[in-house]
Write a protein that binds this ligand. Structure first.
Ligand code: GLP
Length: 260
């Protein structure tokens, strides 16, 4: 696992966007796996800037989002499809038919999950998967105890996740959907490259756990340790509890091709 420590959120977002830009430039028809939450907003802002100012071209890109709330109304701003439109899709030239986001509808959700897996396979698999991390160590909505071999399916959200995401729902836990459709850990691990981003002091303990702790379904992000091509980009706050912090900085210093 490569761990890059940026000085702040802005730099973390720039590095992540640069890695995505490199992927798009190397392979213009890349399949991108995309994430939601507060963390990637800066990365998407930077990608939009690159599109507008540098002509970064999304015309041949295909996208698959990690997850979606179940039972959330179609027009709800926190529906992940709407979040993605507001932060990226409507601001770059990605083709609408190349966008894939899990269903928000309970009816037919199980069939949808199988279809989603097939679509990812038909697209040739995900080239680069962007990830955030939940306070309980989840990637996508793979809550603690999710099998590390799990596939796209319906998950019941942990109460701590509902609490953490209530800030997007008028700080009212009762308004947060209790279920989601999410790619599985096994699905995520099949991407050719993983890029996890995390910032803030509040993520420092869980960041330490997934990078330096055991591989365990209790912290599903720890499955990144099993991936041969995973990059983690942190800000100083999120990296603050890492035992190997100085080593990671030292390694990056020796790297000939920096991300920034
Ligand atoms: C949600 C999403 C995750 C995301 C996590 C962290 O639960 N399902 O994909 O990584 O939130 O969110 P934030 O980036 O807002 O901390």
């Amino acid at each position: 696992m490569e761990v890059v420590i940026a000085k702040d959120y802005k730099e973390m977002s720039k590095i992540a966007a640069n890695i995505i830009r490199d992927q798009i430039q190397r392979k213009p028809n890349s399949v991108l796996g995309l994430a939601t939450g507060g963390t990637p907003i800066g990365t998407y802002e930077e990608l939009v800037r690159m599109h507008k100012e540098e002509g970064l071209d999304f015309a041949k890109i295909t996208t698959f989002n990690l997850d979606e709330y179940l039972d959330i109304p179609d027009n709800h701003p926190e529906r992940y499809l709407n979040f993605m439109k507001a932060n990226l899709f409507d601001k770059v030239n990605v083709r609408p038919e190349a966008i894939h986001v899990p269903t928000n509808k309970r009816k037919g959700a199980e069939e949808f999950c199988a279809w989603y897996e097939d679509e990812i396979e038909k697209a040739g698999g995900v080239d680069l998967q962007l990830l955030g991390i939940g306070p309980d160590g989840h990637i996508a909505f793979n809550e603690p105890s999710s099998s590390l071999a799990s596939r796209t399916r319906i998950k019941t959200l942990d109460e701590s996740t509902i609490e953490a995401n209530a800030r997007f729902f008028d700080n009212d836990n009762a308004k947060v959907p209790k279920f989601a459709v999410t790619m599985g850990v096994g699905t995520v691990l099949e991407a050719k490259k993983l890029l996890l981003i995390a910032n803030k002091k509040s993520k420092a303990a869980i960041v330490k756990a997934f990078i330096e702790g055991p591989v365990t379904s209790m912290v599903t992000a720890s499955a990144l340790q099993l991936h041969p091509n995973a990059i983690v980009v942190l800000d100083e706050d999120a990296a603050s509890e890492l035992q190997l912090k100085d080593y990671f900085k030292w390694v990056y210093k020796q790297k000939p091709d920096k991300y920034l």
